[in-house]
Design a protein around this ligand. Structure first.
Ligand code: URA
Length: 250
């Protein structure tokens, strides 16, 4: 087995499934999923279908075009009710010219306390997923969220809250200009792609975002994977597709 392949399997807790032919807990169904994922990933000809970018909605307010101005505006933002319950805003982290930009849903309790996205349990898994791609938030991946303030009790951001924050995320995407955007989970995917299509139907395709049609792929949110470890095989499949895309010459 190729070392990088072994790394994916290890990082996502899949190695034992594939080797033993059974999932943790021994379900034959999960073993089948893992095996199917492994076969599919092994096929280098597998190409995701390409979906054009949705029409861009007008920004609801003007944001600074530079990083310092944008950071300052986000820090003091009071545009929606989330500002009343947050400890601090969570802007984003990573190199400002990263080739990969990952977008999650919104800060949780740990992120609200520390001011950095994905630092809790889901964040540790995200870091593992990035490591499996040979990447990290320190070197080449910018991480941001749909909303910059923690929704109380970790609830999903309401549509009006996500809409209030949209100009910030859009400006981050324009400034980073990544080679690839990865939407983590349904909320990020549906907001970025302006759709109600379920996550299951958005995975596996090459979408596009914004006027330049920046490539965008969709995968499971790490918090969902922590709750549903049986889906890790499919997440691994997505990671391989992301890896193949990023490895392509520009
Ligand atoms: N979940 C998210 O979507 N974002 C975070 O920053 C942390 C958890």
């Amino acid at each position: 087995m190729h070392p990088s392949r072994r790394y994916y399997l290890n990082a996502l807790g899949l190695e034992s499934w594939v080797r033993r032919g059974g999932a943790p807990g021994g379900s034959a169904e999960a073993a089948g999923v893992a095996a199917a994922a492994a076969d599919e990933i092994a096929d280098p000809a597998m190409k995701p279908k390409s979906v054009p970018a949705p029409a861009a909605a007008a920004p609801t307010f003007e944001v600074p075009r530079d990083w310092a101005g944008l950071r300052a505006m986000v820090k003091d933002c009071r545009r929606c009710r989330l500002c009343e319950t947050r400890t601090q805003t969570v802007f984003g982290v990573g190199p400002e010219n990263a080739p990969l930009m990952v977008v999650g849903e919104g800060p949780g309790a740990d992120e609200d306390a520390q001011g950095e996205p994905f630092v809790g349990r889901a964040g540790k898994l995200l870091d593992e997923m990035l490591k499996a791609l040979g990447r990290s938030r320190k070197t080449d991946t910018f991480i941001a969220n749909v909303v910059k303030c923690r929704p109380p009790n970790n609830r999903e951001p309401a549509p009006d809250e996500a809409e209030s924050c949209r100009p910030y995320l859009e400006q981050q995407l324009r400034l980073v200009k990544p080679m690839l955007i990865v939407a983590l989970g349904r909320v990020a995917a549906q907001r970025l792609l302006v759709t109600d299509t379920p996550l299951s139907k958005l995975r596996g395709a090459l979408h596009h975002w914004g006027p330049e049609g920046t490539p965008l792929m969709v995968t499971y949110h790490p918090a969902y994977l922590l709750r549903n470890p049986g889906e890790k095989a499919k997440s691994w499949q997505d990671l391989k597709a992301i890896d193949r895309f990023l490895a392509k010459p520009a």
